[in-house]
Design a protein around this ligand. Structure first.
Ligand code: GLN
Length: 502
């Protein structure tokens, strides 16, 4: 029988733990048992650390019994996307090239989680080096969507999203470079947020495109996402792009909005460019219904136009590969992971490097490295990379202008519900198009999040995106809390909820 604890939110579990009604060992065991039962089917985890998680749980239980002061989330299990480095625990980025690598240090977010006493149950599957929208680019096989196992769980963070959606764990972390927390959130009925760039340290996050990457929460409720962000956020001298500012009080913002159930005086902008052509009818009708509900709750809704957003995808697919080609140069067969000698010819540094990268990287990673190297090469730099940077500035200006008129922007998170495996794998452009609505926020560094707002007639979840100005995470969470309160409880209808795990 499935242990009923696994369906509770992280904050509900935190309360049960604080009140001495359950122990962390009991809770962590329930999650680990469910992971053990469902993972062979879903492939959400690449590594499960039963021993380590239970050791942390026992330690927290002992401290609690001794009356020590604990973090509010102490004892609540969490999963990490496999691109966050964990000392002595495999970190593969779902790539063959990092097979067998044991990191010598912990990412800053990992340290914070350990200090707060959250048992880390394991590392989740993803598209290789976070490149993709379906987890089909994982070198270790795709993750299945618990809502319909013939469909993708989104990407690149499909493992974290599926793990949370299937009640394997209440909390997970993801990383979002162009939508890899929000789009998986949308297609798995989970809450996913990309904080303001710099709010959460990137130290120890294996870099994909450093000017776009941001770590964020994957949860089943907005309040859980707020609580987890408060835990991982904050200035970090080890990340030169880290914001040196106090952590915003996100939980308070959610509670206030949900308590009042109204948002008087709030101005919401519907982005014209992100809610029309190319979006499924049901995605649009769910979006319009939520906008209408927000209007009835006291918000003023206006349509705004951000014309440069039409070029966001094109700019992203020049800037991101440029940064990828530079960041992934470190995987040279000498410093990390596997080392492959050439099958013929002399063994030189260059030939070992070439053979290692040929064997270790998958097609999508190679495609982006080649593209990035090309757009940065002499003679093409100005035409491609230079132009894309100009477009990036225009997008930032569009945001600045509309945020002078409205408090937050809204759109569907993804143009479609979860698509079937194989649908887009041979057509990179079609795969890239799934990110049209999520990419602008990364290019501008502003916070954005996805909240499940409906289930389609096919029984698939739909997500609603809220975008706020830089450092406007608090107001984003207020609106998110309200959207959640106004929507049917989506998570409750995930079929995985009735699967017998343990
Ligand atoms: N799907 C996007 C891409 O393939 C976003 C990836 C991400 O956010 N890590 O680049």
């Amino acid at each position: 029988m499935m242990n009923a604890l696994v369906k509770k939110s992280a904050l509900e579990l935190a309360e049960l733990l604080a009140g001495g009604r359950i122990t962390s060992v009991e809770l962590t065991t329930a999650c680990l048992d469910r992971i053990e039962a469902l993972n062979p089917k879903l492939n959400a985890f690449l590594f499960v650390d039963r021993e380590g998680a239970l050791a942390t749980a026992a330690e927290v239980d002992a401290k609690r019994a001794a009356g020590e002061d604990l973090h509010p989330l102490a004892g609540v299990p969490i999963a990490l996307k496999d691109n966050m480095v964990t000392r002595g625990i495999p970190t593969t980025c779902a790539s063959k090239i990092l097979e067998g690598w044991l990191p010598p240090y912990d990412a800053t977010v990992v340290k914070k989680i350990q200090e707060a006493g959250l048992p880390i149950v394991g590392k989740t599957n993803m598209d290789e080096f976070a490149m993709g929208s379906s987890t089909e680019h994982s070198a270790y096989g795709p993750t299945l969507n618990p809502w319909d196992t013939t469909r993708i769980p989104g990407g690149s963070g499909g493992g974290s999203a599926a793990a949370v959606a299937a009640y394997m764990v209440p909390l997970a972390l993801g990383s979002d470079t162009g939508g890899s927390i929000r789009q998986p959130g949308s297609v798995t009925g989970t809450v996913g947020a990309k904080p303001t760039y710099g709010q959460v340290s990137r130290y120890g996050l294996v870099a994909m495109a450093s000017s776009l990457d941001q770590i964020g929460p994957v949860t089943r409720t907005v309040a859980d996402a707020a609580a987890l962000t408060e835990l991982i956020a904050g200035h970090d001298p080890l990340d030169s792009t880290s914001l040196n500012e106090p952590v915003p009080e996100l939980r308070r913002a959610v509670e206030a909005a949900v308590g009042a159930k109204r948002i008087e005086g709030l101005k919401i902008g519907v982005v014209k460019e992100l809610s029309g052509e190319g979006y499924q009818d049901e995605v649009l009708s769910a979006f319009n219904a939520t906008v209408e509900a927000l209007r009835e709750s006291g918000a003023e809704v206006v349509e705004v136009s951000c014309p440069s957003f039409d070029y966001a995808l094109a700019a992203y697919y020049l800037i991101m590969p440029a940064e990828v080609s530079s960041n992934l140069a470190r995987f040279d067969g000498m410093r990390y992971g596997i080392r492959v000698e050439p099958s013929e010819g002399p063994v030189t540094a260059a030939s070992v490097m070439a053979a290692t990268r040929e064997a270790g990287f998958g097609d999508e990673v190679k495609r982006r490295i080649i593209l990035g190297t090309h757009v940065l090469s002499a003679g093409y730099y100005d035409a491609y990379y230079g132009s894309a940077q100009k477009v990036r500035t225009l997008i930032q200006r569009d945001f600045d202008r509309v945020f002078g008129e409205v408090d937050v922007l809204v759109s569907p998170t993804a143009p479609t519900t979860a698509f079937a495996f194989g649908d887009k794998i041979d057509d990179p452009m079609a795969m890239y198009l799934n990110d049209v609505a999520t990419i602008p926020a990364n290019l501008a560094g502003v916070p954005a999040m996805s909240v499940p707002n409906a289930v389609s007639s096919e029984g698939l979840p739909i997500g609603f995106q809220i975008i706020a100005p830089a450092r406007g995470d608090q107001i984003m969470y207020e609106v998110a809390g309200l959207v959640e309160a106004l929507s049917d409880e989506v998570a409750a209808s995930c079929p995985a909820g009735s699967w017998e795990g343990n």
